[in-house]
Design a protein. Sequence first.
Length: 286
Amino acid sequence: GNSSDKQDYTDHKPHKLNPKAKSHLVLLGDSVLDNFYWLDNKLEDVCYQINSRLIKEYKDEFICSNLALDESETEDIYIGKVPSSVYNSDRKKIGMEEYKIDKDGKLYPLKLISDAFPKPTHGLLSVGGNDARVLLLSNRGDVNAVIDEMHSEGFYHKYAKAVDSVRALIPKIIMVLVYRPGPGFMLSLDQSNFLFEAMIPGLLDVARERKLPVIDLSRTFNPNDTAHYGTTPIEPSNLSGGFISDLTMKVLKEFDFEKDSSRIYFGIGNNMKGEDNVEGYKYKLS
């Protein structure tokens, strides 16, 4: 098997989260955030890494919990999704919390937000990557066909609906834009760039109209560096889960949800930056 079969968890210390924390960030959407299964160290997923940083910064007054579900597409945010038994049984096996499912076997993110305690104050929402992945498979990698179908199937409408359905419950939403795939994916880097330059501006429009902060992973992960990807070219690694967590902390510290207009945050370490998501913003992949 791969290295994850032999992973040694003896050093792993789970966080003790304060049930009375003033602030509560929930992760919503896909495996950009629910990334445990694809990691070398599965227990240290994005949720774990964000909690490590929140504890350092805010002691026990700000906690993070995971309501994201691997393989989720955009409309699964508001229609619900049955978790894959593969991921659920693996969670059980390694001692992680299992997905919270309803009587019909589905995970309903909006219901989980309403039931969550303490009441969620912030949401990190990552959807869109699986919509593109499914269309890429059905169109055998034909990027132009994927772009056409995203429009004809109402992807942007679904995306806005997902954002708004979450915002109705949690006013402070951070939108996460998916990274470009890593080495070994079915598309060349030029094809990925072409797809992203067609797809992302419509998502930035959604953020701009709602004055939301955006974490742009497409200009954060290096698509030529395997270390930025998990056990497949379309999943984060423990390393890049750290990039997501660092950008999340930057937004939480710098963005004023009451006053600020939309901003886009991207980059790694000392090269993290925020740019104003103004009308006519030029999204360009070098």
